[in-house]
Structure formats: structure tokens, C-alpha cells
Design a protein around this ligand. Structure first.
Ligand code: PBG
Length: 317
């Protein structure tokens, strides 16, 4: 007689676990703020800090010591303009941060590649009137990719959801000799309310409108498969689904359909929601962290970008 509970006994339960989270699966996001001298807490994301250019190498060292293989960097520049020129400035905040991290660690450095933190209007592309103009944005993304690669980035991660961004970036990298720099495309990125806390963390809120003309409608799944397919055709080496938990169905479809290295981004709102409820003792924060990471991996993620990377590594690795 089959009894499913036999294998749920202590010890045996762990032996038959189909999914295990390892610190090697995780990627830690790091915010680097050009305007500060020492780390500053991010109020919308309890436990998270913005690093300064002086502190970022040390922080990277701690991340490396915890066994986390990679970081993804977001920059907050001291000046913003209409064309987001801080994104492709040789001495921009990200370029400096990458050089410092690469000098002192062996971490894999991924750079978020978008204009929104660098534009005065906060949108991910060049604007004309109220419109975000796709094709005029592409050369700027190409320049940003080259500049990030020149600083030592191993992987660039375009997150702006402009059509043909991956092709423009691949061509720019190849034309400049950076054929080995990989592209992790935020291929299926939804227009999500879960990005709220990040926009405070990275000061990338927008001056008008919203991001719905370029980010995906949460109602759509087939469209995600098209986005991913097009990005692969354009040269993406790895693809991402973002956010993670509300889109596990998409993650599973993408992994099954394309068999590509697939990342999931457990975004700021997913993190802060858990932290806020845990602070009130409404849920067990560590338990929910482990459960969500396990669910994301079970659904098909090979890599998880998560603000919990350090906490997980410190407490469970
Ligand atoms: C920039 C970008 C965003 C996030 C990652 N890259 C914000 C956005 O698209 O509005 C969100 C990450 C998070 O919420 O943790 N395009």
C-alpha cells in the first residue's frame, strides 16, 4: 500500500528533495550612488543599502566571501540629462564601480543596461514629446554596452524593453572587439507594480506617464514567448523573466520552450512585501524567503537575481 507520508519523515524528506537552492544560483543586486561617501540604507527596502564608489569594492568582497558568484550593478549618477549620457560616460558611476570591483574580486560582474537611471525624465529611452522613441534609443544602448564592457563587465543586461535592443548591443559589442561579453536580456519584463521600491532605491521614477508602452502587459503569456524568441534570435546568451513569483508560469514556459540559461528576478516589491510582513510578525520572513527561492528554482530558473542573496548565503549556505 502506497503511503506518501513515508518519505516526509525527517532526514528522508531532505534526501528526496527535488529542488535545492545553492548560493551558486544567486546573483546579488548592488546599487552604487555617485553622490554619497558611505553606504546609505534604502528605506523602501529594509536591509538594503546604496553603496558609494568608496564602499562598493569592500561590499563586493563580502559578497564574494559569502560564495555568491555574481553581482548585478545599478548606478545612480550625480547628474541626469535628456539623453542619459551618464550611462555611457567613460567615468560614469557604473564604469568606475565595475573597474573597482574587477580590480579587487573575481566576481562575475553583470551591468544593468538601461537609460532610466540616467535620464532626467526617468524613461528607458529617448523621448520626443510624451513618446519614448525606440530606434533613436538603440545607438545609445550600444554605446552604453561598449562602455560597460570596456570597464570590465562580463555580462551586460539590457532591461529597457526597446525592440531590437539585443541586436544593437550585440553589433556594437562585436564591432568594438567585445565578442566575449555576454548578453543577459530582460526578455520578458512586465510592466509591474512590484518595481515600486526599486524606483526609490535607484531614483528611476519617471516624470510623466508610465512604462506600459514598452514593458509587457501582465495579461499576456504568448507575448513573452515572442519576446524571448526574438531576443534569442538577436543574440541573447541568457534570458530573464521579471518579476519572478507572479510569473512562475512564464518562467516555466520559457525554460521548457527554449532551453536557454534562464534567470528570474525576484524584484524589489517581492522582497519588500515579505520584509514588511515579517517585520509585523505576520509571516516567518526566513521561511518565506526559502520557499519563494525554492519555488522560483523549481519553476525553471537557473539563476535568481534576489536581494536575499547575501542573507541566504550568510544563514543557509
Ligand atoms: C530599469 C530597471 C528596473 C528594475 C530593474 N531594472 C525598474 C523599472 O523597469 O522600472 C526593477 C528591479 C526591482 O524592482 O527590483 N529599467
Amino acid at each position: 500500500m502506497r503511503r506518501m507520508r513515508r518519505l516526509r519523515r525527517p532526514g528522508i524528506r531532505e534526501m528526496v528533495a527535488e529542488t535545492r537552492i545553492s548560493v551558486r544560483d544567486l546573483i546579488m543586486p548592488v546599487f552604487v550612488d555617485e553622490r554619497i561617501d558611505q553606504p546609505v540604507p534604502i528605506s523602501s527596502m529594509p536591509g538594503q543599502m546604496r553603496q558609494s564608489l568608496n564602499s562598493v569594492a569592500e561590499e563586493a568582497g563580502r559578497i564574494e566571501d559569502l560564495g555568491i558568484p555574481a553581482v548585478i550593478l545599478f548606478g545612480i549618477p550625480s547628474r541626469k540629462d535628456d539623453l542619459g549620457s551618464g550611462a555611457y560616460d567613460h567615468d560614469g558611476v557604473i564604469q568606475k564601480a565595475v573597474r573597482r570591483i574587477k580590480e579587487s574580486t573575481d566576481l562575475v560582474v553583470i551591468t544593468d543596461l538601461c537609460l532610466c537611471e540616467y535620464t532626467s525624465h526617468g524613461h528607458c529611452g529617448v523621448i520626443r514629446g510624451q513618446e519614448i522613441v525606440n530606434d533613436e534609443t538603440l545607438p545609445l544602448l550600444g554605446r552604453t554596452a561598449v562602455s560597460q564592457a570596456e570597464s570590465g563587465a562580463d555580462i551586460v543586461a539590457p532591461s529597457g524593453m526597446m525592440d531590437h535592443m539585443v541586436r544593437a548591443i550585440r553589433s556594437a559589442l562585436d564591432d568594438n572587439g567585445y565578442t566575449d561579453v555576454a548578453i543577459l536580456s530582460y526578455a520578458a519584463k512586465y510592466a509591474s507594480y512590484f518595481y515600486g521600491p526599486f524606483r526609490e532605491a535607484a531614483e528611476s521614477g519617471f516624470a510623466f506617464g508610465d512604462r506600459r508602452s514598452y514593458q509587457m502587459d501582465p495579461a499576456n503569456a504568448n507575448e513573452a514567448l515572442w519576446e524571448v524568441q526574438l531576443d534569442i534570435e538577436e543574440g541573447a546568451d541568457m534570458v530573464m523573466v521579471k518579476p519572478a513569483l507572479p510569473y512562475l508560469d512564464i518562467l516555466r514556459m520559457v525554460k521548457e520552450r527554449f532551453s536557454m540559461p534562464t534567470a528570474a528576478y525576484q524584484v524589489s516589491g517581492e522582497y519588500s512585501m515579505i520584509m514588511a510582513a515579517a517585520e509585523r510578525n505576520w509571516i516567518d520572513g526566513d521561511g518565506v524567503m526559502l520557499e519563494t527561492l525554492t519555488s522560483i528554482k523549481r519553476a525553471g530558473a537557473d539563476m535568481i537575481i534576489t536581494y536575499y542573496a547575501k542573507d541566504f548565503a550568510a544563514r543557509f549556505a
